[in-house]
Design a protein around this ligand. Structure first.
Ligand SMILES: Cc1cc2nc3c(=O)[nH]c(=O)nc-3n(C[C@H](O)[C@H](O)[C@H](O)COP(=O)(O)OP(=O)(O)OC[C@H]3O[C@@H](n4cnc5c(N)ncnc54)[C@H](O)[C@@H]3O)c2cc1C
Length: 139
């Protein structure tokens, strides 16, 4: 996992401190809708479908459509996130964050996932956190 998606290791190790990051969950981080949360930006760079389960069964939601505003998502109150499917593994990925002090939320952070062939970037996906009212994709 870490070898294939180093962006997730980068983002995880930049979340707060060991106590917070060991208690927090991927599902909680995605569901919270916090525009300053790191994992949604990393998953946005990777490109994924979030899997939500509710009383009517399971559905998938594009990571681009999950958040609708600060602390708001398209999730129904009765739905829980049970997974995230990365659709296309990038050849390389990384995440970095600027923060005011150790353990803080980002002042700004960015995740990038790339595919390269013949020495040229063929596909670049960029997710950003703490730069707007919700996690943003740079197009
Ligand atoms: C002091 C502190 C510093 C932090 N710093 C950072 C930081 O630098 N970067 C960062 O990214 N995050 C940071 N966080 C957030 C933290 O890492 C967790 O991601 C966040 O608190 C969510 O925690 P949780 O998974 O326990 O979810 P909860 O707090 O339990 O839940 C958050 C919300 O999501 C809902 N929820 C939880 N799980 C699911 C699910 N599977 N499906 C649907 N809804 C769900 C809950 O009902 C609730 O509304 C920080 C938190 C604290 C307390």
């Amino acid at each position: 996992m870490v070898e294939r998606y180093p962006i997730l290791r980068d983002a995880e190790t930049m979340i707060a401190d060991p106590l917070v990051r060991n208690m927090g969950t991927v599902g909680g981080s995605l569901a919270h809708g916090d525009p300053a949360e790191d994992l949604p930006a990393a998953f946005m760079a990777l490109g994924c479908e979030v899997v939500a389960r509710g009383p009517d069964g399971e559905r998938t939601i594009s990571i681009d459509e999950l958040q609708t505003g600060p602390f708001e998502t398209v999730l129904d109150p009765a739905e829980i996130i049970v997974g995230a499917r990365i659709l296309r593994a990038p050849m390389g990925s990384a995440y970095t964050k600027v923060k005011r002090r150790t353990g803080d939320y980002a002042s700004a952070a960015i995740g990038v996932a790339l595919n390269v062939s013949d020495g040229e970037i063929r596909d670049a996906r960029i997710g950003m956190c703490a730069v707007g009212g919700q996690t943003l994709r740079a197009r």
